[in-house]
Design a binder for this molecule. Sequence first.
Ligand code: MRU
Length: 364
Amino acid sequence: MLDTVSWELPDGTSVREYSDNLVGQSGKLRIIDQTRLPSTLTYLELDELDAIIDAIKRLAVRGAPAIGCAAALGLAAVCRRFPADTPNDAFISQMRTTADRLATARPTAVNLTWALNRCVKTILKVSPSSTKTLRDILLEEALNILAEDIQLCRTIGQHGAELITPGMGILTHCNAGALATGDYGTALAPLYVAHEHGVKFTVFSDETRPLLQGARLTAWELARAGIEVLSICDNMAAQVMKEGRVQLVLVGADRIAANGDAANKIGTYGLAVLASFHRIPCYIAAPYSTFDFSLDNGSAIPIEQRDANEIRRCGNIQTVPDQAAVYNPAFDVTPADLISGFITNKGIIRQPYQQNLKSMVNHV
Ligand code: MRU
């Protein structure tokens, strides 16, 4: 699978080979630069705050769980440069400022603040008599978040694989795969698990304008894994459903409210409406870290507005005249009623969501 987000150790080993005796050495956040896919697979190694914020903002690393992992490891990378041999107020104050700035990088995916809050809370709980440095404790917690995310995705994959039957057509939107998480993905995890079990199916991958995460990233990672994938333009989804070629819609989420309303990449709501019309089940796959129980419903989910140039141009080609205005919300909210179920690390959760999603609350 892919090392989307990892910790670069001086000798080049990644988190997979990480062990206790390597904590304390200098290192950096290491990410795939997703803006360059599918033509070039290249990595960025970062330990400067502005560069990490910029990487998250311009979607070099993207996808809710991957943003959370990158922010946690980024916080650890930046904070390794602060002096902190013992618990001390100056370190804590610099760490808080760094975490607050990282939290502003993108507003919709709750995993970003969830991961940063978890790291900050861990440091605030450290006893004054601790023999470990705060820097090392922070790095350990960030690596725990990454390792946990990989495990959560795997569990989601195992639960969701029950829905995949031989010969099925599965439509997905944006990228909720290995590139969007620590590994395996959320919506794509059930496909990887079913594929490992020898089940044959076809994935319809929505292109996902304006930034083409479906065409550039989902098609790339599925084809690389040997899974049959057909790229389609976003406006073809209704037609392939009408042709009877889609039996399941499977997408990820950036934030899910207590009642089950779910924010995901712009276009997901439209797909859910189409799926309902064609009587095709529509599932959302997400780990507990994507649920925001502080919000009663989706109306309070902050929706990121992005630069007009993402719509004005496609690559180097101008697609909108200069005189025309542009509206570019990056996400929409699918009402809970259109969602057939949530594939989570706790299993598949169905209506009534208000009651049943509570099993997520006390995970850690
Ligand atoms: O703007 P992006 O590319 O970060 O949007 C990503 C999505 O909408 C994903 O579907 C979502 O984050 C789930 S990723 C497992």
